[in-house]
Design a protein around this ligand. Sequence first.
Ligand code: FMN
Length: 229
Amino acid sequence: MPLNTDKTPSVTGALNTRITVRDFLHKPVPDEILKRILTTALRSPSGGNLQPWKLHVMTGDTLAEFKKRATGRTRSGKVEAPTYPAYPSPLWEPQRSWRYKLGEDMYALLGIPRGNRMGRLTWLAQNSRFFGAPVGIIVTGDKRLNMPQYMDIGIMLQSLMLLAREQGLHTAPQGWWRNWTSVCHEMLNIPDGEEVLVGMSMGYGNPDSAVNNLYADRAALDEVAKFYD
Ligand SMILES: Cc1cc2nc3c(=O)[nH]c(=O)nc-3n(C[C@H](O)[C@H](O)[C@H](O)COP(=O)(O)O)c2cc1C
């Protein structure tokens, strides 16, 4: 499905046109638009109004340096201890198949077959350059947070993603950054009591990029919802 780069004033439009964009144009996001998105996203609800998120928003030279260091680190072959694993292990059905299908659909668009493990890993490392986005965000939170606060942070991320669509922008939420925290701690003033929870790329999506045509499947309503009349 071609990437929709229009501005979407309705919530329905924003939800239906939001996808995870994995290739961004080299076009800066005006500061005023970025600040408006971020400020409005702070209206997101949180249990007890704890507002448990801390946003580290990078652009310009800082982002360039961050990407350089992060890319170097992923290439080095050294791995870092993730703050949290991305998924439960082992994953069960149907989630296991959904995850598998997402990967296969993405690599099919990229033309990287299953046997090309190095090609797939190299592509995955695009995460460390925020997929070329002009805005890179790292979200940290206090180490004492619990599951309800992680939900709050998810809600805030969704606000950011929908508000971005309203401005004709796209996003990529990135759990990736939980695996590469050393650069975050080096470059962002993250207090000892906080940890990296998630990241996000934001910018103008490249409509000519095959990977941005990925419109990931969703389960049908009756697979995930039960109605009690
Ligand atoms: C919290 C979260 C973390 C994610 N982390 C990554 C990531 O590190 N890299 C990536 O390419 N996609 C990441 N994704 C994108 C998911 O793969 C994507 O949301 C899912 O496949 C549905 O596709 P869609 O967002 O295009 O609708 C993440 C999504 C969420 C919500």
